[in-house]
Design a protein around this ligand. Structure first.
Ligand SMILES: *[C@@H]1O[C@H](CO)[C@@H](O)[C@H](O)[C@H]1NC(C)=O
Length: 282
């Protein structure tokens, strides 16, 4: 008598290991300065950054990467986070001609919304800020924040929702990061001169220490230490990732309509001529 096929399927499913399990903190990162402001928890499954009047804190990747998808889950500083900025970004080593992909979480007073600011530097030029509110309370639970970076585009995601696309517009003269490997960094610091309500609300140190929490680190990207990152095709080079899918485009439009608070593409007071890449909106 044979074993029912359904039984075999169940056993196979149970035996399948967790696919692409996110790594531990120490697999990818190290503290960037004072270790006593970083709390590595549960053997590296989670990490907390601590900000107080003595020090900011941060971490940085051990390796540098050229293309891929960088992802981690964050639970932002709860309660009164006004004046604080939690940043998470990738940046090349060369500062003057730097390439950089930025996600910055601008804190707020209790009950008022965080802003997610994104920016992109290519060949040393930034000034490409967008600002969004979120459709959930980012201090209540972990959410994933990620960016996909390939030859065709950079896409910022919040959970599985794309909030911004920066297309490769080299053909119309806009530099795109294709050559410089980037490290991945995160930090929590005091930026009360500009972060909250235009800098009007200052950090209330009576509410320190401020704590941001991280988990599910996933740097699915080409590490420079592994050899060449331009010769062999990786999953992110597949045509499916060259542009957003129709369903992603509708999510992006939903975000744009409901949560976009600032867009450098729509700011003639800063740019009398629209930056060229703005014409490439998906
Ligand atoms: C903070 O809350 C105020 C009032 O709701 C809002 O105008 C502002 O955009 C929020 N975010 C930041 C980072 O200032």
């Amino acid at each position: 008598m044979g074993v029912p096929a359904s039984f075999i399927v169940v056993v196979l499913l149970l035996a399948t290991p967790c696919i692409a399990a996110p790594g531990k903190f120490q697999d990818y990162f190290k503290a960037d300065r004072i270790n006593d402001h970083i709390r590595v928890q549960d053997g590296g499954t989670g990490v907390q950054l601590v900000l107080d009047q003595k020090s900011a804190s941060g971490f940085e990747s051990k390796d540098k990467f050229l293309f891929g998808k960088i992802s981690m889950q964050l639970k932002l500083v709860p309660g009164d986070s006004a004046g604080t900025v939690t940043a998470y970004y990738a940046a090349s080593e060369n500062y003057v001609n730097r390439d950089e992909i930025d996600l910055e979480f601008l804190g707020n007073t209790t009950g008022n919304p965080y802003i997610v600011q994104t920016n992109i530097y290519t060949n040393g030029v930034g000034n490409r800020e967008q600002r969004h509110y979120l459709w959930f309370d980012p201090t209540a639970d972990y959410h994933s924040y990620s960016f996909l970076w390939n030859q065709k585009q950079i896409v910022f995601y919040v959970d599985s929702t794309p909030i911004r696309v920066f297309p490769n517009a080299q053909d119309i003269g806009v530099p795109f990061p294709t050559k410089q490997p980037m490290g991945v960094y995160s930090s929590l610091w005091n930026a009360d001169d500009w972060a909250t309500q235009g800098g009007r609300v200052k950090t209330n140190w009576g509410h320190a220490p401020f704590v941001a929490s991280y988990r599910n680190f996933d740097l699915d990207a080409c590490a420079i230490s592994s050899g060449s990152c331009t010769n062999s095709a990786k999953w992110w080079d597949a045509s499916a990732y060259a542009a957003l899918s129709p369903s992603e485009i509708s999510k992006l439009k939903w975000v744009e309509k409901n949560y976009l608070v600032y867009d450098y593409c729509k700011d003639p007071s800063r740019f009398s001529t629209k930056p060229a890449e703005c014409a490439r909106a998906p």
